[in-house]
Design a binder for this molecule. Structure first.
Ligand code: CA
Length: 182
């Protein structure tokens, strides 16, 4: 296995979905790591430092949201949430905790692969630009890149207001809106 393959950690307890995603990724030249519980997911994350996490929320031991919370204490690794849950509040909570994207089962293979590519591409871009301290969604990250200097000098109270605005806009604020808001 070549070293330059992207490592994708799949955290999913349903065996057929898991092997389906694993096969899909490996045949598309990704390296796949598989965990069936939240605890195992965190262990593999710590030992392998993956480039991307595909995460099911309904896991047997703990809620997948806990994995997002734990990872985001230290890492900006992109996380795509994959879940049967259709409740909007779950999506909002996952995104607020720092998930980058959300796919509801059932999903198409083309869609999953496209979202994987987008998440990895945005993360590369973010790394190049050295953006720190924002993990509420890729659209926001792009916005932040433009206003990074302004963001860095913001009073913490203003940052909180800005983050609330971003949440209200479901992570899809456009640059002009963000600029005006500040
Ligand atoms: Ca599940």
């Amino acid at each position: 296995m070549s070293n330059n393959k992207y490592k994708v950690l799949i955290v999913e307890d349903e065996a057929n979905i898991c092997s389906f995603i694993e096969t899909l990724l490996t045949t598309n030249d990704y390296q796949a790591l598989v965990a069936h519980t939240c605890t195992m997911g965190l262990t593999l994350f710590a030992s392998h430092n993956p480039d991307l996490v595909i995460l099911d929320l309904g896991l047997p031991d703990r809620d997948g949201l806990e994995l997002i919370r734990t990872v985001r204490q230290k890492y900006m690794t992109p996380i795509i949430v994959l879940s049967a849950r259709t409740d909007e509040m779950d999506k909002i909570e996952a995104l607020d905790l720092g998930a980058n994207d959300y796919i509801t089962k059932p999903f198409g293979t083309g869609e999953l692969l496209a979202r994987v590519r987008v998440a990895l591409r945005l993360n590369r871009y973010r790394q190049v630009k050295g953006l720190r301290g924002c993990h509420t969604g890729d659209a926001v990250i792009f916005t932040m890149l433009r206003y990074r200097r302004k963001w860095d000098i913001l009073h913490p109270g203003s940052r909180n207001i800005a983050m609330d605005l971003i949440r209200q806009h479901q992570h899809m604020m456009f640059e002009a809106q963000f600029s005006n808001a500040l």
